[in-house]
Design a protein around this ligand. Sequence first.
Ligand code: ADP
Ligand code: MG
Length: 248
Amino acid sequence: MPDTNVTPMISMKNVQKHFGDLHVLRDIDLEVPRGQVVVVLGPSGSGKSTLCRTINRLEPIDSGEIRVEGELLPAEGRDLARLRADVGMVFQSFNLFSHKTILDNVTLGPIKVRKASKADARKRAEELLDRVGIAAQKDKYPAQLSGGQQQRVAIARSLAMDPKVILFDEPTSALDPEMVSEVLDVMVALAKEGMTMVVVTHEMGFARKAADRVIFMADGQIVEDTDPETFFTAPKSDRAKDFLSKIL
Ligand code: ADP
Ligand code: MG
């Protein structure tokens, strides 16, 4: 058994990934300790989504290794399904099951993958929906909810699997501006409770408030890896300076 106090929740070593001729992840080395909140910044096309997608193996890698709490991410099979259940993912586009109720969206994974009883899954889903402020909507369908509500359901669905880490890929980018804060508030609360999180976002307020660490990517490389204060006030690379000058 790995020593969970020192084993990083996520560890990537020498990870390389190409799409055809495009070298989209270049020699990525990244360790995320338990409980850390990492915000990933970088221009469009720099490889942020691909980085997230390789961590739960929605995308295979060419070489290198990825471990989740010390365990090598397998290529396929039962072990992959189990490890993937440990790595939650929240997407820009919510990705709820449109023909299922909110409650069923949240109970499906625990019942199918974690083999929870229907009663237990339901009880836990109701607690989680309450926690994200959606309890009253549980019998509705996704299309009946606002974008901000749907994204909060997606977070509850992810939490229902008891993940070791949750990856967020621009979770508020598809939302109307007035709904951004209701989603960020849930994420800030999760961060404060000690959830390990990797968050791709352009929300600098979230980065300043909740991040322990900022990773800045450009052209498939991690160019800066530092604390938020240092990144925002004293970026080292020209790429980061240029990026910040456009968004701040
Ligand atoms: P980001 O999330 O930082 O905007 P992505 O990881 O989505 O960047 O994409 C990085 C690069 O890889 C971009 O040039 C993008 O066009 C390319 N890319 C992403 N997914 C694919 C794919 N499935 N096939 C080919 N190219 C891809
Ligand atoms: Mg992206």
